[in-house]
Design a protein around this ligand. Structure first.
Ligand code: HAM
Length: 411
């Protein structure tokens, strides 16, 4: 779990602003849910035999009432819970997004943290492939706006529950035939979560896994039509993808479309954004059945990718830094600064006293465009001396209104 120091926090905030601006252009509204939920919510939705639930959740007993609570490891379950609880789904489908910290007790490494941050997006109440395509196209737009070029899209369809059950039977039979090649992890998953074995990183199993029966070859007619519809829309939008029959995702609620945006630039943690369809989840959580689709992106990974690029607008530097000497001047300095802030300008008033020369050094270091100097002679006239710090120019004695007019002009 990491602290975000001011420069990093500023980048984080600008990234979220950029993502939320794109989401707003597609009609998504923000939803904020608590970081804690009842443990049961995640166990039921993400799935009992998934890595997240088996070994990554921060779960504890609330001693005050004996409830088992969990720090959210992801946002989809809470989003659906909230939509049901507040009757958001009656009549109108919802396009929602959220942002914030998620918690997973994983082995930390570059791009993988125990507290990380996601922006997630959930469209609930939409059945057609048009919404899957909308979300993928939205992501592609975001990567363009962030100047990210070397990211590729992997796509698969998991079909419906019956397809997955049929596939599971054939897959287990196939894996049983190749039992001697399975590693410890795979043996453990053979009967609990065999689909995840397809996701293995073990080089010794790659060839065997490549020959395993593929879900995408067994799709039911409706899922196949849905997948065709999605692919046609991605072609319309000019979004390229790779069909990856081994893409299965680590959470149990998915059906039909699943996708991941990946990069080779972040080593092992190359998935920057992932999601898919979860048509059964709303009903499973007690709501009236509503098909849905969503995704979430890891903000730390995206920030690592755009490090050093100018894609994120820089934080505005202060317009002015006010230096002053003496008690009366200090109070006049605050009055001038407040007047400028009323008009929307960022103004830093020197704090902590010191000689003018030392204060001017701070003014320079702040990045401000101007120093405003309030000494005895300025105070006597209720004016300030304005000294340009970033552009050539003479120092001038000005009334506060004139300073405001000058800053307004440059705003
Ligand atoms: P997920 O694949 O578990 O999906 O996570 C989505 C993204 O969060 C990952 O692709 C990655 O960028 C980031 N991420 C996950 N774990 C970590 C970590 N420990 N450190 C840093 N980044 C991480 C979900 O969470 C689903 N709720 C997505 C979704 C929304 N599906 C439908 N709607």
């Amino acid at each position: 779990m990491n602290d975000l120091l001011p420069a990093q926090a500023a980048r984080y905030r600008r990234l979220v602003e950029c993502v939320s601006a794109v989401l707003a252009r597609y009609g998504y509204s923000e939803l904020r849910t608590p970081v804690l939920e009842r443990t049961e919510l995640f166990v039921r939705t993400i799935g009992e035999v998934t890595d997240i639930v088996e070994k990554e959740m921060y779960t504890f007993r609330d001693e005050l009432n004996g409830e088992s609570l969990t720090l959210r490891p992801e946002g989809t379950a809470a989003c659906v819970r909230a939509a049901i609880e507040h009757n958001l789904l009656y009549g109108t489908p919802q396009r929602l997004w959220y942002e914030g910290p998620m918690f997973r007790h994983e082995r930390p490494q570059k791009g993988r943290y125990r507290q990380f941050h996601q922006v997630g997006c959930e469209a609930i109440g939409f059945a057609g492939p048009d919404i899957d395509a909308e979300q993928i196209v939205l992501c592609a737009r975001l990567w363009r706006e962030l100047g990210l070029t070397d990211i590729s899209l992997e796509l698969n369809s998991l079909g419906d529950a019956a397809t997955r059950a049929a596939h599971r039977g054939r897959l287990v039979a196939y894996l049983e035939q190749h039992r001697d090649l399975l590693d410890e992890d795979a043996l453990r998953r053979l009967h609990t979560n065999p689909l995840r074995i397809l996701d293995t990183k073990n080089p010794a199993m790659q060839q065997m896994v490549a020959g395993a029966p593929k879900l995408v070859d067994m799709l039911d007619a409706e899922s196949a039509a849905h997948f065709d519809g999605l692919r046609a829309r991605l072609a319309d939008a000019g979004v390229a993808f790779t069909l990856n029959p081994r893409l299965v995702r680590g959470l149990d609620y998915y059906n039909r479309t699943v996708f991941e945006w990946v990069t080779t630039r972040l080593g092992a943690q190359g998935t920057i954004c992932a999601g898919g369809r979860y048509d059964g989840l709303v009903e499973q959580l007690g709501g009236r059945a509503a098909p849905a689709c969503g995704f979430a992106m890891g903000l730390e990974r995206i920030l690592a990718l755009i490090e050093g690029s100018t894609a994120l607008r820089e934080a505005p530097l202060p317009a002015a830094y006010v230096v002053h000497q003496g008690d009366a001047a200090a109070r006049f300095a605050v009055e001038v600064a407040e007047g400028l802030r009323d008009r929307g300008h960022a103004v830093v008033v020197h704090g902590g006293g010191g000689k003018f020369a030392a204060q001017m050094k701070r003014a320079d270091a702040s990045g401000a465009r101007y120093a405003l100097i309030v000494g005895e002679s300025e105070l006597a006239e209720r004016k300030v001396s304005l000294k340009p710090l970033r552009i050539p120019g003479e120092q001038q004695l000005l009334a506060p209104d004139a300073v405001a007019a000058l800053l307004d002009e440059q705003h």
